[in-house]
Write a protein that binds this ligand. Structure first.
Ligand code: SAH
Length: 478
């Protein structure tokens, strides 16, 4: 580590800024947002501050003349951006005077560098790579952004406001630490993070005996909680930020077989993982048993996650689970996921609706031929309706028969999209009369079937047309 991260108090003096162009404006934005006062030498004479926040602009003092002879007294740091040779000379002068200086993108002339920043109010995370790999720093920042709750800065502010009044009643350091751990990990912290600041204020006011509050050995809220989390179709980068957070906070995760190993990798290392799903041909433990496990975990004070492929409320039995949780009086929340149909549409560029061509979408399931018999195909006659079928591989013939009987054209474009968003994703496109053959071409599922004119706009359809054309041309040439 060559650069030590420290936090500069911008209240103690101005920053001297030398430079011009877009680079200097980016730095102005950053510094003003952080509350800095700035003495600015605009080296090209352009002092335009349009687009910057007016309140911040009031903290800029426009300097003129030669920055190399500027009075540096009281200045807390010097910054050069887009100043060319003048920046180098300024850096030499500043170093000689013993002030910290940064020349943007020029490590050799700088005594400090800017990190990538995660800014959540009072909670600030600085990420550095010694100036060598800013792109990498940005990637790390994205990862940190995704796991930090949005309101963590509010929580820091809340604790900051209450620290003094509470400390008076807690003489010992260890007690104080336990008190704040209980606030951060318990219901009060959860209220602040959920944006319910007033209730949190009330809850902390209601603590009549802070020593007793701090004295409870467990820092964890006694009440458990179940999160129903949609894991999306497979690509872990398609998890929502909330889903990722739930996985990182979990004590126990009950997951379905459809959830990909890459997603299971995102679960907190110490959490227990319990497979509860069924696979084609293999029974799972049954829905009642799953419900019972969720209730039992929450009642034992655990943070349980019920993790499912796609979305919990699309052929995911999430409805039954929340009924059981409601009945048992267990706290729960639902975090949506990207359902496989939408994953397929995005990956293979199937616009599920299309002006004038596709005005409605139906999601249906036809697991076995028997299920297909239960579908009222008569409701699917509309040519302007895109039909998305889940669990439709084995019933492909029955689906074709049903749609043809409903009057859909045998030439209706269809696509079979397997293992979507995973590394081994595959697509087969064609027309309705060939649906069983297309399904047969896909070796293994899970797969989504999409039926409707919109499939003709998809990427694999366009590719197949080009191939078709190419082979026709080839034949013609021969
Ligand atoms: N709740 C899930 C659906 C569960 S039903 C969701 O919202 O996606 C299981 C069916 O989902 C499978 O038979 C298949 O039709 C579809 N499916 C799930 N993951 C898939 C994937 N990665 N690629 C294609 N289809 C998938």
């Amino acid at each position: 580590m060559r650069f030590l991260p420290v936090f500069l108090d911008l209240q103690t003096g101005p920053i001297l800024l030398v430079g011009a162009g877009e680079l200097v404006r980016a730095k102005l934005r950053l510094l003003l947002a952080a509350g800095a006062r700035i003495r600015w030498y605009a080296t090209d004479g352009n002092r335009d501050t349009s687009g910057l926040d007016a309140e911040g602009v009031a903290r800029i003092v426009h300097e003129s003349g030669d920055p190399l002879v500027a009075d540096l007294s009281g200045v807390i740091a010097v910054l050069c951006a887009g100043a060319g040779e003048l920046g180098h000379a300024m850096a030499a002068r500043t170093k000689a005077a013993g002030f910290p200086v940064n020349v943007m993108d020029e490590l050799a002339h700088s005594t400090f560098i800017f990190p990538a920043i995660v800014d959540r109010g009072d909670v600030v995370v600085a990420i550095g790579t010694g100036g060598s790999a800013p792109v990498l720093a940005r990637r790390v920042r994205e990862k940190i952004e995704s796991v930090l709750p949005a309101r963590i800065g509010d929580l820091a502010g809340f604790i900051g406001r209450w620290r003094k009044p509470i400390s008076g009643g807690l003489p010992e350091m260890a007690l104080r630490r336990r008190f704040w751990e209980r606030v951060v990990d318990g219901p009060i912290g959860a209220l602040v993070l959920a944006g319910r600041g007033e209730e949190a204020e009330q809850a902390i006011k209601d603590i009549t005996d802070p020593v007793a509050f701090a004295g409870v050995p467990s820092s964890r809220a006694p009440e458990g909680h179940v999160s129903l989390v949609g894991a999306g179709p497979g690509d872990p980068d398609l998890l929502t930020i909330k889903a990722l957070r739930a996985l990182q906070d979990a004590d126990v995760v009950f997951y379905d077989e459809l959830v990909s190993p890459e997603i299971l990798d995102r679960i907190r290392r110490d959490a227990s993982r319990v497979p509860v799903g069924r696979r084609v041909g293999k029974p799972g433990i049954g829905q009642d048993a799953v419900n019972a496990l969720l209730v039992e975990a929450a009642k034992a004070g655990q943070r349980a996650v019920r993790l499912k492929g796609g979305d919990c409320f699309v052929f995911g039995r999430g409805g039954e689970e929340i009924s059981a949780l409601r009945e048992a009086g267990v706290a729960y929340s639902v975090i949506p996921g990207i359902t496989a149909g939408l994953g397929a549409a995005a990956q293979f560029e199937v616009p599920l609706t299309y002006r004038h061509e596709a005005l409605r979408i139906t999601f249906l399931t036809a697991h076995k031929a028997g299920d297909a018999a239960a579908v009222d195909w008569g409701t699917l006659t509309d040519d302007k309706m895109t039909v998305v079928v889940y669990m439709g591989m084995t019933a492909a013939s029955a689906i074709r028969a049903g749609l043809l009987a409903a009057g859909r054209s045998p030439r209706t474009p269809v696509g079979v999209f397997a293992r979507v968003t995973r590394p081994d994703a595959r697509a087969a496109v064609g027309v309705l009369e060939d649906l069983p053959a297309l399904v047969a071409r896909i070796e293994s599922g899970p797969a989504i079937l999409i039926i409707g004119d919109v499939v003709a706009h998809s990427a694999p359809w366009r590719a197949s047309q080009i191939n078709h054309l190419a082979s026709e041309l080839l034949v013609a040439a021969e």
